[in-house]
Design a protein around this ligand. Sequence first.
Ligand code: NAD
Length: 264
Amino acid sequence: MLDISTLKGKTAIITGSTSGIGLGIAQGFADAGINIVINGFGSDEQIEEAVSSVKSCGVKAIYNGADMTKPEQIAEMVNAVAEEFGSVDIVVNNAGIQTVAPVTEFPENRWDAIIAINMSSAFHMVKAALPHMHKNNWGRIINISSAHGLVASPYKSAYVTAKHGITGFTKTVALEEARSGVTCNAICPGYVFTPLVEGQIADTAKARGLSEEEVINDVLLAAQWTKKFVTVEQLAGTALFLCSDAAENITGVSVPVDGGWTSA
Ligand code: NAD
């Protein structure tokens, strides 16, 4: 039987948790009794709804709007959380953006933003959080990578580059922290129907000359052998397992949750 009761009362910062996968993980963690820091952008109502839905599980929850392109805001958030909650136990590096375009037309500012948000922010978060984890000889770092951290697809050069970078960063941090009680792993989802995926359907249709329905069936789910979108609840469950004592000896791995995509 998987015991996650030891996670009760720990504190997790989940970047990009105002929507999609991050919000799903925040809800799963709050259900397990973990205090939550919601981060990301959104309307006042969206942020308020995210905070109150996790609070309804009886945990402490706050919002911090640190911009993942700004290293100083990331460090300030981590230190403010340590002060308010007394520790930073779990970090989920989840914030991410996407642009779909051929390399020859890829906008430079989108390349820079994707590398900053999807890759470099994980480095800044981990650098700021590790000293707090070391105080308790315990920590869990979970990087939300992607099947695109293991294999490529055309027209996603910046995203694939950033996610492959996360795979390497995950392994390196795992080795450096192997004896500190801190594990570092990545989760590599296939397609999850979130606003990020919804938003790229039209662009992919344009880039490939397909209808939006063809993009869903023949592009998004083409490689997903189960022919089912991954759910945020399944990702929250995977993240909780990686935080549990059962996963103490699992570190440096990239766990595909992709309906068989990267096995083919
Ligand atoms: P989403 O668009 O629903 O959520 C992205 C979150 O990141 C939002 O909360 C947004 O406000 C936040 N964010 C964006 N820029 C930010 C910034 N500068 N600073 C702080 N927060 C910022 O997307 P999602 O689908 O839930 O994706 C979450 C993560 O999962 C991403 O890293 C994405 O690459 C990864 N992923 C998604 C899928 C999928 O199919 N949806 C598949 C594999 C991996």
